[in-house]
Design a binder for this molecule. Structure first.
Ligand code: FES
Length: 131
C-alpha cells in the first residue's frame, strides 16, 4: 500500500489563510458561557468563551491548541457565530464550516467538530447560569 505524504497542498487557500491569521483568538474575562473540549484521539484542546446579550452572541473568543484544521475551522466558526442568536448558533454544522472553507481533507473533518462541541458546551454553560 502506498503512503501519501500529508502536505500543505491538501488544504485550500482559505484554510491556510485562516490558519495563518485566525480571528477571535484569546479569551473573554468573566464570560457568560465557557466550554472546553479535548479530542481523545489527537490530544488537541479547544476552549470557547461567549458574551451574550438578549439571547444574541455579541462576542466570542477561542483558544485552540491544535492542528492547522482545528485552528482554521475554529476561526471560521467564531466568525459564523458572532452576532447570531443562541438558537441559530446551535444549528451551525461541520458542513457549514467545511463549505465556508472551500473544503478540508476528509481525515481532518473531525477537527471541525471540536470547535462546534466547545461552542455547544459554552452555550450549555450560559443556559445553566441563566436558568
Ligand atoms: Fe487534532 Fe485536528 S488533529 S484537532
Amino acid at each position: 500500500m502506498s503512503e501519501r505524504k500529508m502536505s500543505h497542498l491538501d488544504y485550500t487557500r482559505k484554510v491556510l489563510k485562516e490558519f495563518k491569521n485566525p480571528s477571535n483568538i484569546g479569551e473573554i474575562k468573566n464570560p457568560d458561557g465557557y466550554g472546553r473540549v479535548g479530542n481523545p484521539t489527537c490530544g488537541d484542546i479547544m476552549e470557547v468563551f461567549l458574551k451574550v446579550k438578549n439571547n444574541k452572541i455579541v462576542d466570542i473568543k477561542a483558544k485552540t491548541f491544535g492542528c492547522v484544521a482545528a485552528i482554521a475551522t475554529t476561526s471560521i466558526l467564531t466568525k459564523l457565530v458572532k452576532g447570531k442568536t443562541i438558537d441559530k448558533a446551535m444549528k451551525i454544522t461541520k458542513d457549514d464550516i467545511v463549505k465556508t472553507l472551500g473544503d478540508l481533507p476528509p481525515i481532518k473533518y473531525h477537527c471541525s467538530i471540536l470547535g462546534i462541541e466547545a461552542l455547544h458546551k459554552a452555550i450549555e454553560d450560559y443556559k445553566k447560569k441563566n436558568r
